[in-house]
Design a protein around this ligand. Structure first.
Ligand code: ADP
Length: 423
């Protein structure tokens, strides 16, 4: 309530003037009352000229009081009241003062953050301070939470950026090595061509072999990049058709025997069931298996073992690819299916590869509605376990998809040369 006796010495006014003042004061009172925040009009001695009910509720002012200083002192404890009074007094000296400050208060033993907004207003011949108080405790918490979560996202974005840079560094290295080999071989042949007598068929064949091998390496890299980018932009076609997964995986394993033998590795295949027909995508299954098997060969020392096994229950077909190679440290396992991640990221100790193979494998397995996991220990070996749904399509849908799949089939020999080009 705007208190006339706080503003004027009413005794000196005539009736007409008092009525005019009363009318204007009612307007001010109504205005303050409708403000959406606790609000008070004060003189420079903290004398209350007017206040709204939100302010009285906020400070639990139930009695008729003239001065708010004590209440504010109780609310702003420990140094905060001094900050408040500095801000308050400067207002009356300099109207161009900072209008808003945020302070800590305590109400019912609970800390609160309040924003104080002030504005000098002229009433009659003097200036008074219109003070509004906004409780921002919750929104401050929200802002802090938002800030914290933005901070997390920023951290993740920075990590992802760094991974990308490492990836581009790796990929540049992987592109440069085969290109240099191809260029060197071509340059040598060019020199020999000037002296045709020094060129034997054997030598030429060897050089063409080197060029081809390195072209396959480049193709493997580019194929992986294309596949992963296609998945990223949402190209996720799966051509499911029914086939015997035991026979298919056995074929895949047999087809790489030569690569394993060249490294003196023992490669075995076993299955609980002799045959098991499920709906799967041949092309994707080959990509997955070749990727895991080429890693197993790459990271297992001479004389080591690689075993592929198939088991099944009513819901899942489980394929395990187990090696007794160099293994992967426990702390790296959770990153291994992440894109661009290599266990040995530094260029000197790594064994080639861009670190996208396993992330592609994971995406492909998930496209087939399956899952992949890894169990590994350094110097003991690694076991990759793939679970695929043990489901069949109706004969009609399977036949339809088989036609599309056939059209997409790539020469197995060519695929092998590409997938195993870095072994
Ligand atoms: P890359 O193209 O570099 O081989 P991958 O995603 O296929 O990429 O593999 C990522 C890394 O995981 C490899 O660089 C290697 O360090 C590790 N890795 C994958 N498979 C095996 C394995 N069977 N044994 C040991 N380390 C492996």
């Amino acid at each position: 309530m705007l208190k006339n006796d706080n503003l004027y010495n009413i005794e000196n006014f005539d009736d007409q003037y008092i009525r005019t003042i009363a009318k204007r004061n009612k307007l001010v009172n109504d205005l303050i009352e409708y403000l959406p925040h606790p609000c008070v009009i004060l003189d420079s001695d903290f004398k209350i000229i007017a206040s709204n009910s939100l302010l009285r509720d906020f400070f639990k002012i139930y009695a008729d009081i003239n001065n708010i200083r004590e209440i504010l002192e109780a609310f702003f404890k420990e140094g905060q009241f001094d900050v408040f009074t500095d801000w308050f007094y400067i207002f009356f000296k300099n109207s161009a003062h900072i209008r808003n400050i945020i302070l800590n208060g305590t109400k019912d033993n609970i800390c609160q953050k309040v924003q104080l907004s002030g504005n000098l207003i002229p009433l009659e011949d003097k200036f008074y301070l219109l003070l509004t108080i906004t409780d921002i405790t919750n929104s401050f918490d929200e802002t802090n939470k938002l800030f914290a979560s933005n901070n997390e996202s920023l951290k993740e974005a920075l990590i992802s950026e760094r991974r990308k840079s490492e990836f581009f560094l790796n990929i540049s290295h992987d592109l440069r090595t085969p290109i240099n080999v191809i260029l060197g071989t071509v340059q040598l042949s060019e020199l020999n061509m000037r002296n045709i007598s020094g060129l034997s068929v054997d030598l030429m064949e060897r050089r063409v072999g080197i060029i081809k091998q390195n072209c396959y390496r480049l193709l493997k890299l580019v194929n992986n990049l294309i596949d992963i980018s296609r998945l990223d932009v949402g190209y996720k076609s799966v051509e499911l058709c029914n086939f015997d997964i035991v026979a298919k995986v056995k074929d895949i394993v047999l087809s790489i025997t030569e690569y394993a033998e060249n490294r003196a590795l023992k490669l075995t295949f076993s299955s609980d069931a002799d045959a098991l027909e499920i709906a799967c995508d041949t092309d994707k299954l080959e990509r997955i298996m070749y990727n895991l098997l080429s890693n197993a060969i790459k990271f297992t020392r001479q004389g080591g073992n690689i075993d592929v096994h198939i088991s099944n229950d009513n819901n899942w077909v489980t394929i395990t690819v187990r090696d007794n190679g160099i293994g992967i440290p426990k702390e790296k396992i959770k990153y291994i299916f992440k894109r661009f991640k290599q266990v040995n990221a530094d260029l000197t100790s790594r064994s080639g590869g861009s670190g996208i193979g396993l992330s592609l494998v994971k995406s492909l397995v998930e496209l087939l509605k399956g899952s992949i996991s890894l169990d590994s220990s350094p110097d003991i070996g690694s076991t990759f376990t793939i679970k695929l749904p043990n489901k069949k399509l109706s004969a009609r849908s399977s036949r339809k998809n088989a036609k599309i799949a056939e059209a997409n089939v790539k020469s197995n020999l060519e695929r092998l040369k590409i997938e195993f080009s870095d072994i």
